[in-house]
Design a protein around this ligand. Structure first.
Ligand code: ADP
Length: 401
């Protein structure tokens, strides 16, 4: 069975084509700057190991998807003879709201729910919808499946997802914590259970996805019970360009200083976090290099990043029934040894004993602990694979299970 996984962002389309017989990736790529005249396609064919990188014309997501399909069936760089060889299309959909909490075959009802959630995910929902429409048109024989970023967080109890604001805001306007990155947290939870040799419904974890966006989840007996992102991805940890938690009154104060609501929204989402603090970069690699050469802003930004992460870990430790491991994933979690080492030092009071050599070598796709065998609590590095999780869900639904 061949499954095509599509992730339509506001200005990009990421994709992977899987052969589910052995879960191998046949092709993978990204179409960037959709909707601009600078659109570019990076496409890698893993069967013959050829990669291309070329400017393309993609005035919208629908045209972009047909450019990608042309690449998949191209005699030179393609991996298929026809799109009919694709059995299912799995879409990463950002917001399932309260209505859909599991991966679902896309029908009129699911589509209208995704439409309905437009207001909750204004940047992503329109791109998700155009991706689904375009895929349905281009691959009419394939079953389409939506895999929601919010789904793994749907098990949060009211005490975790409700905000202490007037209850009518929740009833009438759906103001609550939804959480994001759920597919990544779910994938690493399953992998951690395997690595720890425990059934997933017996595993207690804190899973931290640290990429450009950062989120952390408390997992009790395999289910999410709390999570750092909120009604939108802005809440929680310090991220590349997002502020994470702040006093909400800062918004009104900055309004009184002359900023508009739109400018504040932009500043908190795009100009804050590591970028805002350092006034240098949102990228961890750049910041580590800058700190090494004495950049004070980078030093402060990284100190706050680790400190806030440690505070979340401490608070989730307090609410879990036990803790088998702390799991780190995402570009920073998987690669950034200095940050992980500083986190281990900060968490020493929880019984974390970092292993310097393991921490240095467990990078670039390696899985394993970065703590010593004596450490009462392991810190595990698990590379995430959201696309594979989406492909597996899609395969299950296509097979009618
Ligand atoms: P996204 O959320 O966009 O998927 P990623 O998961 O790719 O992001 O993570 C991007 C972050 O990972 C960036 O801050 C980047 O600097 C960091 N990163 C990637 N590779 C390394 C590395 N080798 N060392 C340190 N940080 C890294």
């Amino acid at each position: 069975m061949r499954i095509f996984v599509v992730n339509c962002g506001s200005s990009s389309i990421k994709y992977q084509l899987f052969d589910m017989a052995d879960e191998s990736v046949l092709a993978k790529g990204i179409l960037e700057r959709v909707g601009t005249k600078d659109a570019k396609l990076f496409h890698h064919n893993y069967i013959s190991n050829v990669a291309i990188d070329k400017p393309v014309s993609a005035r919208n997501h629908s045209v972009g998807l047909s450019v990608i399909i042309d690449a998949l069936i191209d005699p030179e760089i393609g991996v298929l003879e026809s799109v009919d060889q694709i059995d299912g299309v799995g879409h990463r959909v950002v917001h399932g709201g309260e209505q859909v909490t599991i991966s679902s075959m896309i029908d009129e009802e699911i589509l209208s729910i995704i439409h309905h959630n437009n207001a909750l995910a204004p940047l992503h929902a329109p791109a998700n919808i155009s991706g689904i429409m375009a895929a349905g048109f281009a691959m009419p024989n394939a079953i389409q499946v939506a895999v929601f970023d919010t789904a793994f967080l749907a098990t949060l109890p009211p005490r975790a997802y409700r905000y202490a604001v007037p209850a009518s805001w929740y009833r009438e306007h759906h103001v609550r914590k939804y959480g994001f990155h759920g597919t990544s947290h779910r994938y690493v939870t399953l992998r951690a259970a395997e690595i720890l040799g425990k059934p997933v419904d017996q595993v207690n974890l804190i899973t931290a996805h640290l990429g450009n966006g950062c989120s952390i989840t408390a997992v009790a007996r395999g289910k999410a019970i709390d999570h750092s992102m909120g009604m939108t991805p802005l809440e929680g940890l310090v991220m590349g360009t997002r502020s994470g938690d702040i006093d909400p009154a800062i918004v009104f104060y900055m309004q009184s200083r002359g900023m508009t609501a739109g400018q504040i929204d932009m500043a908190l989402n795009k100009e804050s976090g590591l970028l805002g603090l350092s006034e240098f970069s949102n990228d961890m690699r750049d910041l580590l290099a800058a700190r090494d050469s004495g950049h004070e802003g980078a030093k402060l930004a990284l100190e706050i990043f680790v400190y806030r992460l440690a505070k979340y870990i401490g608070s989730y430790h307090a609410i879990l029934p036990g803790l088998d491991a702390i799991v780190l994933t995402g570009g920073i979690g998987e690669n950034s040894a200095p940050i992980r080492w500083e986190l281990c030092q900060q968490l020493a009071p929880l019984g974390i004993l970092g292993d310097f050599a393991l921490n240095e070598t467990t990078i670039k796709g390696e899985t394993g602990p970065i703590t010593t065998e004596e450490s009462p609590l392991p810190v595990l590095i698990i590379p995430t694979n959201e696309e594979l999780m989406i492909a597996r869900d899609t395969q299950r639904i296509v097979s009618g299970n």
